[in-house]
Design a protein around this ligand. Structure first.
Ligand code: HSE
Length: 425
């Protein structure tokens, strides 16, 4: 009898690959025929692993005519990009969890896949276990989506939640997170917002049906957030979160960014804590919806990868043109606004000298830059005769705010601009 099982090649057997291997064990219709790894002899925490499947040469997968679907789980641009292109050329469909590759090379690989009538699915690349790509592509396809606001990085959300609940410093929490394995030894990609920027780039491209270029995405990480900012934000009714956002205005101009943000304590995203991720989207006719869940981890991410594998496997048994709704078309590049031209509200923390006229000076600098204040708080004068002053502005232009910060840095009344964080409008 003909073997109707769909044959898979796994490239990568790290955390996600292991979860995929273990999950696929219970699917008889799928057979993993090869797994490419860096080191065949490494001991792996997979009970029933068939070590004879392992190879150190990924081209044993790429060039294997038996394989229908290549599952790329190594991340990064090189060699993932080349392996994907060569696999497509060899007639394979692709499932990937590679957010950096999609953000930087999405246009190229999707166009390439289309040329060879192959599909690339990537549900795991944006919000781990939260289903968001397939819903946007299929059941939400009738919507005009004009706004996304999301928490797309578990590491930074964990750090910010701990800083908030334990009143600890960024450095303390980062160190503890690294010891517990929540943060990488080199945490740059997470804490500087690169990971979230890759994810929002892909998500916004999909939602707006126009290519967002990663170069047009404004990015700022969480390394400058102090426990004093957490406390001041709390006192004013806010939480601080690393928010990835994307908006499309009526003139078809996109505003896509990742930066820390004060969000009202009663908002949905303010309740998303520790490693949980969430995506809120606003569209017509659906209105406002939020999906939340595990954004990373062995099994949540495997859930999305295996879902993609099964979606392709089911289709290729019955059609020569699988999954038409899941295909990408990136012909139009979105026009994006520069952050300096955006309108925002701001939280500003200043350390000032204890002099007469300081508050007046702050008000004057803001007024000279066309910035109106919503609130200004000085609770006490410190023992060193300085005072921390917290300002919340009304909505104003980023360019003006940056000019005001320059003026504060030059003001004889101000010792230091402690921090400037945008506030959700
Ligand atoms: N490092 C990411 C996070 C998970 O902390 O959410 C993988 O994208």
């Amino acid at each position: 009898m003909e073997d109707r099982r769909i044959k898979i090649g796994l490239i990568g057997l790290g955390t996600v690959g292991s979860g995929v291997y273990k999950t696929l064990e219970s699917f008889e219709e799928i057979e993993i025929v090869k797994i490419a790894v860096k080191n065949k002899n490494k001991n792996r925490n997979i009970q029933n692993l068939d070590y004879s499947l392992l190879t150190e040469d990924p081209y044993e997968i790429v060039n294997n005519p038996e394989i229908d679907i290549v599952c790329e789980l190594i991340g990064g641009i090189n060699p993932a990009f080349e392996l994907i292109e060569k696999s497509i050329k060899q007639g394979k469909h692709i499932v990937t969890a590679n957010k950096e590759l999609l953000a930087k090379k999405g246009e190229e690989i999707f166009n390439f896949a289309e040329k060879y009538n192959k599909v690339i699915l990537y549900e795991a690349a944006v919000a781990g276990g939260i289903p968001i790509i397939m819903p946007i592509k299929t059941i939400l396809a009738g919507n005009k989506i004009n706004k996304l606001e999301a928490i797309l990085n578990g590491t930074t959300n964990y750090i910010l939640t701990k800083m908030d609940t334990e009143n600890s410093s960024y450095d303390e929490v980062l160190k503890e997170s690294q010891t517990l394995g929540y943060a990488e030894a080199d945490p740059t990609s997470d804490v500087e917002g690169y990971d979230a920027a890759y994810k929002i780039t892909t998500l916004a491209t999909l939602a707006f049906k126009q290519k967002i270029r990663i170069e047009d995405v404004y990015r700022e990480g969480i390394t400058k957030i102090r426990s004093e900012d957490m406390k001041a934000a709390n006192d004013l009714g806010y939480k601080i979160k690393l928010i990835a956002s994307a908006k499309m205005d009526d003139e078809n101009c996109a505003d896509v960014r990742v930066h820390p943000m004060l969000i009202p304590k009663n908002s949905t995203l303010a309740h998303i804590n520790y490693v949980t991720n969430a995506v809120s989207l606003t569209g017509h006719p659906v209105g406002h919806i939020t999906l939340s869940g595990p954004g990373a981890g062995e099994f949540p991410t495997a859930s999305s990868v295996v879902g993609d594998i099964l979606a392709i496997a089911t289709e290729i048994k019955t059609t020569d043109y699988p999954l038409p709704m899941m295909r990408c078309n990136h012909n139009k590049i979105a026009k994006c606004i520069n952050i300096l031209d955006t309108q925002n509200k701001y939280y500003l923390s200043l350390n000032a000298k204890n002099n007469k006229g300081v508050i007046g000076n702050i008000g004057n600098i803001c007024a000279e830059n066309d910035i109106s204040l919503e609130s200004i708080v000085q609770k006490y004068v410190c023992s060193d005769n300085t005072a921390d002053i917290t300002v919340i502005t009304e909505t104003c232009c980023e360019k003006n705010m940056q000019n005001a910060v320059k003026a504060f840095n030059e003001s004889e009344f101000i010792n230091k601009v402690n921090n400037l964080i945008r506030v959700q409008i």
